[in-house]
Design a protein around this ligand. Structure first.
Ligand SMILES: [Zn+2]
Ligand SMILES: [Zn+2]
Length: 663
């Protein structure tokens, strides 16, 4: 198919060279559209052209050294420059009227009010980003990404919408990152250039992961990164910031204390209370209680597991199960997990060492994260425990542990390649035990099921966290939330991080403890909260918070058209009708060509196609090509006619692409 299209394109090029009339040029463009559509259909995002209608909002494809799905290979990298940040002065020039139908792009002056807007993370798990503004000072907490839903073919990520910050870049005093998970750091390479490289603050492991990830993008400036500690106080404009230690399933997770002129605001990031964590301190309950006794105006807190009763289990409890598993396995043990679940990975390496086994790591991110954790002294193990995947065959089978990526069934991850027999170093053997030590991200269920089927078929034993407690969530459950609320005792409670229903569950925990309902703010992405004189308001104002997509070629919030096309193509396929006409005589040079993809199998619908060909021919001849002002007229006519005809015959609505070539 692609060859055929290329042939047509070359033909058009030939025509342009020979004749070079305006109509021929137009036709060339149509042919290119056709080619692109076929690319869409073949869903090779890297070869797609994304419309950049908005000019300013198509940000940039950060080119990538490692093969990443969004490696933008064609566009020139854009030129975000660090912004000189002057001392805050009052500047009313940037304030504009609300954009019609879109919510305010610039809010009325917030000089006397503290404004809190969660831009992402209130209607989904992911793309977390919270904005806090007072006068000319803005801070951001987290710049995450979200993985796309099943109905977004070809989209790699969704990132927070920075529309509100256009023209306000110089007000951004800093970006605070609560921890190193992608739903909190993943937007940085895509968004930070347009924000003018503001300073980024985080704990050491967080900063190291951000730095490492940034190295994957060629052409980006180094980030303005700053390590903080739990004892630091930093002043960002009118905001004075401190941090407190919380547990999660990655080390160096923190909550943020933001002292504003209107009161103390707390942002928890992702958290759980773990009284016996692995390799780190329990959450700092004393500090939390101390902040609480000072008086907290608003608490923004993680809702991910708020629908679940009880306490989240401790990382050390999972340890027991895992250790048993590793000790008793008769053959090799292959553990698939997230490379960012560093606490888990640390445990598994240490256990294997205790049990006299060697560990081989699979996956680029797994290796680099372990390297980071080791460099920072977070992981300590005998260097001999870690061996290369190439060396595992020289050890007895029951002495080998492989820790790798791919527990979500990711296409090119190590576990998938092992299962498919495509991995160079690891071939699956009868007697291998494969452990999935991570929960399945919604949307990946089917892929993971298929992966398990494949593993079982090849003789491996498969163990999933559902069968045993080998995965502890990193998020607070209901009893944990209650303790946090009692200790912080905030005036206003703002559930964050989760789909709307999860925010509701989290809010219900507060009301069940006697918090007034009107002091629990269940907001939507972009909805503005204001705090003044100790009173909070969940306003009806909204700043832009629509999806911003990252796909094959870059970042755009105007991808909806492309997405809609992909949905049509995915459902009913495409039909291309090509008519070649002699521009002098107005005669059809040959019978119209009909090409279809994903619509009906042409061979078994010969009659339908012949009928269609005949009708198009008639349509073109009857409309008298010599009287056309341009080919638009006939193309629209063909599109309408063919669409109608095919719908009556098949009840499908394929995308119709009419191409008229005048030669
Ligand atoms: Zn997290
Ligand atoms: Zn998160």
């Amino acid at each position: 198919m692609a060859e055929l299209v290329y042939a047509y394109v070359s033909e058009a090029y030939g025509a342009i060279l020979e004749g070079s009339s305006p109509s021929v040029r137009t036709n060339l463009i149509h042919l290119l559209i056709l080619r692109i559509s076929i690319m869409v259909l073949n869903s090779k995002p890297e070869s797609m052209v994304l419309p950049s209608k908005t000019g300013g909002t198509v940000l940039s494809p950060p080119p990538s050294k490692t093969p990443r799905p969004f490696a933008g290979r064609r566009r020139v990298y854009q030129t975000g420059k660090p912004i000189e940040r002057p001392a805050p002065t009052v500047n009313y020039k940037n304030l504009k009227d609300p954009a019609p139908g879109y919510g305010p792009v610039n809010l009325p002056d917030g000089k006397q009010k503290v404004r809190v807007v969660v831009i992402g993370g209130l209607e989904e798990i992911g793309r977390n980003c919270t904005l806090i503004e007072y006068g000319n000072d803005i801070i951001l907490i987290d710049l995450g990404l979200q993985f796309p839903e099943e109905d977004m073919p070809g989209i790699d990520y969704i990132i927070p919408n920075m529309g509100y910050l256009k023209g306000k870049e110089k007000n951004i005093r800093g970006v605070i990152i609560t921890h190193g998970h992608y739903d909190h750091i993943g937007g940085i390479p895509h968004l930070i250039p347009d924000l003018g490289y503001p300073p980024i603050y985080g704990l050491p492991i967080t900063v190291a992961i951000i730095k490492k990830r940034q190295e994957d993008y060629k052409g980006l400036r180094p980030l303005n990164l700053h390590n903080v500690t739990m004892n630091d106080k930093i002043q960002l404009g009118k905001f004075s910031l401190e941090f407190f230690h919380l547990n999660h399933n990655i080390p160096d997770a923190m909550g943020v204390i933001i002292r504003t002129p209107e009161g103390v605001i707390i942002h928890t990031g992702d958290w759980k209370f773990d009284y016996s964590p692995v390799g780190e301190a329990p959450a700092d309950l004393q500090k939390i209680a101390k902040i609480g006794s000072e008086g907290v105006l608003a608490l923004l807190s993680d809702s991910t597991n708020a629908s679940q009763p009880g306490h989240q289990i401790s990382e050390s409890e999972i340890g027991v199960n895992l250790e048993d598993l590793i000790a008793k396995s008769p053959g090799r043990i292959i553990i698939g997990t997230f490379s960012s679940l560093l606490s888990r990975v640390k445990q598994m390496i240490e256990m294997s060492e205790r049990l006299g086994k060697v560990v081989a790591l699979g996956g680029f991110s797994m290796k680099s994260n372990v390297e980071i954790a080791k460099e920072l002294g977070y992981m300590k193990f005998n260097p001999k425990t870690l061996v290369d995947l190439k060396q595992i065959d020289s050890y007895p089978l029951n002495k080998v542990v492989i820790i790798c990526t791919g527990a979500q069934g990711e296409k090119n991850a190590t576990l998938m390649r092992i299962a498919n027999g495509e991995h160079r170093e690891v071939k699956l053997l009868e007697g291998d035990t494969v452990v999935f030590s991570s929960s399945v991200i919604p949307g990946n269920e089917r892929t993971v099921q298929r992966l398990k089927d494949t593993l079982f078929r090849k003789g491996a034993e498969v163990i999933h966290y559902e069968m045993m407690d080998v995965h502890a969530g990193g998020h607070a459950k209901q009893e944990d939330v209650k303790l946090m609320l009692r200790l912080m005792n905030p005036k206003y409670f703002v559930p964050i991080h989760g789909n709307h229903f999860l925010l509701r569950y989290n809010g219900r925990i507060a009301t069940s403890m006697g918090f007034p309902k009107e002091n629990v703010f269940i907001a939507d992405n972009g909805q503005v909260m204001e705090f003044q004189n100790g009173v909070g308001t969940l306003t009806k104002m909204k700043i832009p918070a629509d999806y911003v997509f990252v796909d094959g070629l870059g970042v755009s919030d105007e991808t909806n058209v492309v997405l809609r096309d992909r949905q049509v193509l995915a459902e009913d396929g495409m039909v291309v009708v090509i008519a070649t006409i002699d521009s002098k005589t107005g005669k059809l040079i040959q019978n119209p060509d009909i090409i279809s993809r994903g619509f009906v199998f042409l061979k078994s619908h010969k009659e339908l196609i012949e009928d269609l060909r005949h009708r198009v021919k008639k349509l073109v001849i009857e409309s008298d090509p010599l009287s056309w002002a341009d080919t638009n007229y006939i193309r629209n006519k063909i599109r309408d006619y063919v669409g109608q005809f095919l719908f009556t015959k098949t009840e499908k609505r394929p995308m119709i692409l009419p191409v008229v070539i005048q030669v």
